[in-house]
Design a protein around this ligand. Sequence first.
Ligand SMILES: Cc1cc2nc3c(=O)[nH]c(=O)nc-3n(C[C@H](O)[C@H](O)[C@H](O)COP(=O)(O)OP(=O)(O)OC[C@H]3O[C@@H](n4cnc5c(N)ncnc54)[C@H](O)[C@@H]3O)c2cc1C
Length: 441
Amino acid sequence: MPDRLVAIGGNAGAMGAASQAKRMQPDLDVVAFERGRRTSYAACGVPFFVGGEVASLDALVARTPAEHERRGIDVRVGHEVVGVDLDRGVVSVRAVDGGGASEEGFDKLVMGTGARPLRPPLPGVDLPFVHGVQTLDDAEELLAEAERSGSEDVVVVGGGYIGLEMAEAFTRWGARVTVVESSPQVLRALDADMAELVSRAMDGFDIVVRTNVEVTGIEPAKVTTTAGELPADLVVLGIGVTPNSELARDAGIELGARNAIVVDEQQRTSADGVWAAGDCCDSFHRVLGERVHIPLGTVTNRQARVAGIDIAGGDATFAGVIGTAVTRVCRTEIGRTGLTEAEAERAGFTCRSAVIESTTRASYYPDAEPITVKLVAETTSGHVLGGQIVGGAGSAKRIDTIATAVWNEMTAEEMVNLDLAYAPPFSPVWDPVQTAARRLL
Ligand SMILES: Cc1cc2nc3c(=O)[nH]c(=O)nc-3n(C[C@H](O)[C@H](O)[C@H](O)COP(=O)(O)OP(=O)(O)OC[C@H]3O[C@@H](n4cnc5c(N)ncnc54)[C@H](O)[C@@H]3O)c2cc1C
């Protein structure tokens, strides 16, 4: 009898691992349970769908259940796993439409249950016009509510990247959009000086940003805050996510940072024969030297590949994360990697930083846009600890050069010596990331 792999979750974490394992071990019997209606979709595209830049939700689906079936994976959409019994090697499954419960046996199990938007314990948070977004099904519900209410006044609770992307999306509807953020800045993954540039860009789009303000409750047609009331016919939650790790916890599997499932370098959990990948599990931060929960598609896909290879008996290692991420808010591109200056100081590093302003192309070339780069390096070793970029079109992906430097513990001097490409349509002769490294020196 071939081994039986059960995958919990139908998106990148579970299906990525299951597909990788099936490719390497074609006789593996694979069954996947997804409580929603879709598989292998790009939630990352949701803000751009809501904003009208992407025509349909179906365009965000990379592989349908039928396509997985053709590749030999038995996919059961509309089925939720409600229990895991490790001693008996069975999962309990409930049909979401009320069609009854059943048990399914497994030899190996991969958990890719993802995460869900945090719901602050506020009065009114469960009202029907309050929405978080994680899956395409969530996006459909949010859109239906937005269309029903007309969405003239939208309040986004939380200034993380998803909240800001959604805020911009609703400006395209002609909505009056307010972002309420309890801390002194939006995008806490940036230093305050860099986040300020993003707030300015949002000003230009008439998005009202209320920092140092807390939401105290939600009532029909309004949000109450520590700074007064805001009209609202739609509320979007953007204060972050929490891992869906309860199934693992109840099965006795170890949880760690922010209740994420603890995994090793092969994505194995604390239970024999059980792997996890994606937003439900933790990862090792190479600069901080500790385990963290960084819920990103980039991390998920790399983890899923490693889990799948290990499940199939191959050899792969997940080498960790450094917190590299990009986003675009109000035509402003944002990138970050490694540690911000504030994070580095909190972690006990003695560090220096440099901020430079340059242009995305040669300054005389048409459509050159401003770009600001901040680099942070450790004073003693000179190692680049992190970088942040805010600027016009062509800015954000330059963060990958800094990410490569951080990953390889390069110094600012070594960054200056890198043989990077130049021609006027692409950059000044010194790429802005190298100009920042020179300033740091
Ligand atoms: C709006 C938005 C924008 C984003 N933008 C970016 C971006 O630009 N770049 C980036 O890198 N990342 C981005 N992300 C993050 C990225 O989408 C996630 O990291 C990725 O989807 C995680 O995949 P996953 O499979 O681990 O979890 P999920 O995508 O959460 O999928 C988990 C799946 O498991 C199912 N499930 C959960 N529990 C059960 C159960 N018990 N039984 C059956 N099924 C279950 C859920 O229904 C869900 O379909 C964004 C996320 C959102 C929401």
